[in-house]
Each structure stands twice: as C-alpha cells, then as structure tokens.
Design a protein around this ligand. Structure first.
Ligand SMILES: *Cc1c(COP(=O)(O)O)cnc(C)c1O
Length: 300
C-alpha cells in the first residue's frame, strides 16, 4: 500500500527554489498511523502463524507504539500486554490519553519502575514475565525488529524515485533503516533524531548495510518529548499554511529541521525533498495537557 505524496506550498520553498512533498502515512489510520502500522504488519502476521494469542511489548506513557499495538492486536483478535515505564502510573493511567486508548482496545498493563524498565531485556525479567503471563509474542520497545524493518521497507514505492532527498524522524532508528533499504542509490536519506544520544548510528547499522543516510542531530529540542515555544508555534503555523497537522514528538521536529536546513541553503536549488509523515497525532491531546500545566501555548 502506498500513501499519497502531498506537495507543500510555502514562501521559503519558492524563495530557495526547492520542492517539498509530505508522504501522508499519518492518514493510514488515526490510531495506528504511519510507521507503527508498517512495523506491526509482519509481526502480527508472524504471531498468528506461530499460533500465539498474546502480544507483549514495552513503552512509556505517551508511546505511539503502545497505542498502535493495542489497536492492532484488538483488530486481529489477539490479546495485548503493555509493560509500561513508571510505577506511579498504577493509579494515574486513566488520566493519560494514550494509555486510556490502549486500555479501551483491551491492553492489559504492568507498570514497572524506571530501574526495572532499564533491565527489561534481562533473562531474569523475561522469566518473570513468562511466569506471570504465560507464553507470548514479544515485540521490543518502539517496535523495531527485523520484521518491523521489512514493513518499513514498504513506505517508499516506485513513484518516489524522482525525489533527491527523503527525510524521516528517528526514534529507535528502525524506520530510517527500512526506508534506506528500499531507497534508490541516487537518493540521500536524512534522519532527524527526536532524542539525544549517540547510540543511534550503531542501531541503524544493525538493520541496514547501505550508507546513503545521515543524521541531523540538532533538532531534538532538549530530548524525547521535550518541546519549546518556537516548536509549538512552528507546528501551528505549518498547519495553518498547509492544513497538515504535525505531532510535537517526532514529525514537528523533523519538519522544523528541514525548514532550518532549507533556510541555511543546505539543499541545492531544484532539490526535490520528500518528508515522511510517520503519524503520531494521537499524542497531541496528552501533550496539550502537559502544556496547559506549564502555561505554554497549545497545539491547535
Ligand atoms: C515511533 C515513531 C517514530 C520513530 O520511529 P523509529 O523507527 O523508532 O525510529 C517516528 N515518528 C513517529 C510519529 C513515531 O511514532
């Protein structure tokens, strides 16, 4: 399945003589949008083939992957279990839009401390989980495994060959690896990490052997799910100009970065840029609640 590439009109683009289109993966579905759909597709298939009835995965309280996994499991008649970072959420999860949504789609939660969460891949914790829940099909945090990369290889299609540059937001690096795998050799893939950290390049190399990608690491706005006034204003202005909504955790930071690079003449005139809208819009409601508390402007 290919999603539509929507051309963007903006004064800066005409001034700098570059073109920008947005691949609307966010329109796949309002809950299981964008790359999380791609990542889950072959995992759900494998779980069914292995006759598993339970999907178990990991995430934070605002995780798009948690919301998407709950929904995908539910629509495939599978049960789902979310191992959630933060013990304090045991009594607070029903105030969290993402977790509420996941719960409505049947996800069962186990809340663990941040320390325990860091150790979640240890054999002893795995044993504990098996003891508590029985057999399950496990998907790692953020959903990035080999089958997820295969799904992300389907984001780009034949019709995308004419683009010179393909941009995407980066969390665990699975999506950019899949996009790179299916890119054309003349294309450059630019990744915009949504969090701080140097581990990403290694993680990406685990899933792709091609080298036509690079990371632009100056657009994380202080770290994962951190935002600033200027980012919120950018997201709101962009929506007003183009009618395209962006999320504050991933795609907003990516498009901000693309426009910053365009301003700095990073791209040669006539460059054709494609930006992947990986979705994440379910997170806006939860972010707005935080913004109200901090007396910051909200996402419109
Ligand atoms: C999870 C997510 C990403 C990051 O994908 P990775 O494969 O983890 O790098 C990007 N955009 C959105 C909207 C996401 O939900």
């Amino acid at each position: 399945m290919q999603t539509e590439n929507q051309p963007v009109e903006h004064p800066i683009l005409s001034e700098k003589q570059v073109s920008l289109s947005i691949k609307r993966e966010d329109l796949i579905h309002s809950l299981i949008s964008g790359n999380k759909y791609r990542k889950l597709k072959y995992n759900i298939k494998a779980a069914k083939e292995q006759k598993q009835s339970v999907i178990l995965t990991y995430g934070g309280a605002y995780s798009n992957h948690i919301a998407a996994t709950a929904f995908a499991a539910h629509s495939n008649n599978l049960r789902s279990i979310g191992i959630i970072r933060g013990e304090e959420l045991v009594n607070l999860w029903h105030e969290n839009d993402t977790l509420k949504l996941a719960h409505e789609h049947g996800m069962r939660f186990k809340f663990i401390s941040r320390t325990a969460y860091r150790e979640k891949t240890s054999p002893s914790f795995k044993k504990e989980l098996k003891h508590e829940f029985g057999d399950f099909y496990e998907i790692p945090e953020g959903g990035s495994n080999t089958l997820a990369i295969r799904g992300c290889e389907e984001i780009l299609g034949n019709l995308d060959e004419s683009f010179d540059v393909v941009c995407c937001a980066v969390g665990t690096g699975g999506t950019i690896a899949g996009i790179t795998n299916s890119s054309y050799q003349h294309q450059k893939i630019l990744g915009f990490p949504a969090l701080k950290g140097d581990f990403l390049k290694e993680d990406i190399r685990n899933f792709t052997t091609k080298e036509n990608w690079e990371l632009h690491s100056d657009y994380h706005f202080g770290g994962y799910a951190k935002v600033s006034d200027s980012l919120i204003h950018f997201i709101n202005d962009f929506k007003q100009q183009t009618q395209i909504p962006l999320d504050p955790v991933y795609t907003g930071k990516m498009v901000f970065g693309i426009f910053d690079l365009i301003q700095m003449d990073y791209f040669k005139p006539n460059t054709k840029i494609l930006a992947i809208h990986t979705g994440g819009l379910q997170g806006i409601a939860g972010m707005n609640k935080q913004l109200i508390k901090k007396r910051l402007p909200q996402i419109l």
